[in-house]
Design a protein around this ligand. Structure first.
Ligand code: SAH
Length: 369
């Protein structure tokens, strides 16, 4: 028996949706805008809800198309409000996405909840960074556009984010599982969909894509202007970077920094350099000097992320005193370094940790949960 698979409209960028609606369904062009808004703005679960489309046209749609989002397999809410979702994709694969409450309100009496969402772009990751729990999983497959943005739509529905002009989820970071630049075409489609003026109209200034530094694609991504760039540096010299990020370090640090020097930036835009602080490994006085030389060459700001301990790695998180000492040493060199506090540590919110815990529990591994 063969089943004809339906087209998941969530996987189609606007031009492809328009083509599908006109060529496959024979509908008028304006129907594409209507369907687009039902899917992306109103976030409906199916065609029945599309009340400005006739019953018979909805039936036609349901015959050959579908609206399919990932399913929530688990949700964990941390004491600090960080909410982590484990999502199941249609082939049973699991990915993670996290909602992080933004910091203190800007004005007194401002009770608006604002959140930053961290999304995944691949199931697993090929880069095998030694500190990262997704890296241990290896690469399984790329996520589709509907799966990448499905994380946002599932989270929007969960928190009741229904008015794009006053969003609860205000900022997006592509910093979950996977390496975005290795799924570049789909990631760029997802950014165009987010920013589509007839859809969610997300500003590129509210989206950051984080990469470990992949030569192919970085320039194309920069020229697109679709989002800000963050680069996972984690080591200020090639030798240490080879130890911490063996695959990423195939592109020599000197060449990566050179590419960042030439990277196209908008007015007042800066590249974010992410630096995982691992006690005794990359937080020594020589590293401060090396970081200062790198930062002097770039329009960049440095985000310090205290290492979130992952089972099975030899590394240790810095104590608050160690972290402060490192931060102050950087300030003394005039480097804009900001510590990004780890949130959601009680719910295994670091990259890949929740899926790892689930996989371990499935194996009956007592250390995993
Ligand atoms: N591949 C991309 C995006 C995914 S990783 C990249 O490398 O940037 C997102 C961020 O989480 C990276 O900066 C990564 O280094 C960091 N990260 C991974 N494991 C971590 C851990 N155990 N503790 C804290 N941050 C971690």
């Amino acid at each position: 028996m063969s089943t004809i698979s339906k087209v998941n409209l969530c996987d189609l960028p606007y031009p492809a949706l328009e083509r599908f609606v006109m060529e496959e369904l024979g509908f008028k062009k304006f129907r594409a805008v209507q369907i687009w808004q039902w899917i992306w703005v109103k976030n409906v679960a199916g065609f029945e809800a599309m009340t400005d489309i006739s019953q018979s046209d909805r039936a036609r749609l349901a015959e050959i198309a579908e609206i399919r989002w990932p399913a929530i397999a688990d949700v964990r809410v941390s004491a600090d409000g960080t909410t982590k979702f484990l999502l199941e994709l249609s082939d049973g694969e699991l990915v993670e996405t996290v909602l992080i409450p933004s910091d203190a309100p800007k004005r007194p009496n401002d009770v608006t909840v604002r959140m930053t969402q961290c999304v995944s772009t691949q199931v697993g990751c090929a880069m095998a960074c030694s500190f990262c729990s997704t890296g241990k999983l290896g690469f399984r497959r790329n996520m589709t556009m509907g799966e990448i943005l499905g994380q946002v739509q599932v989270a929007r529905a969960y928190v009741g984010d229904t008015q794009p002009e006053r969003p609860i989820i205000r900022n997006l970071v592509y910093m979950g599982m996977g390496e975005p630049l290795l799924n570049l075409a789909t990631v760029m489609d997802s950014l165009r969909t987010l920013e589509h003026p007839k859809g969610l109209a997300f500003s590129p200034r509210r989206i950051t894509v984080s990469t470990c530094g992949i030569e192919a694609g970085m320039r194309e991504f920069g020229d697109s202007g679709l989002a800000f760039l963050a680069v996972s540096l984690h080591a200020p010299n090639q030798e240490l970077r080879e130890k911490l990020m063996p695959r990423a370090a195939h592109w020599p640090l000197e060449e990566l920094i050179g590419a960042l020097e030439r990277y196209p930036l908008k007015t007042r835009e800066r590249i974010t350099l992410e630096y995982l602080v691992i006690a005794g490994v990359n937080d020594q006085p020589e590293h401060v000097k090396q970081l200062a030389r790198i930062c002097a060459r770039l329009k960049a700001k440095l985000n310090l992320i205290p290492y979130n301990p992952t089972p099975g790695t030899p590394y240790r998180a810095p104590s608050p005193e160690e972290l402060l000492r490192f931060e102050k040493a950087l300030w003394a060199k005039d480097i804009t370094a900001i510590v990004r506090k780890s949130k959601g540590q009680d719910i295994e919110a670091a990259c890949g940790q929740l899926r790892a815990a689930h996989d371990a529990a499935a194996r009956g591994d007592a250390t995993g949960a």
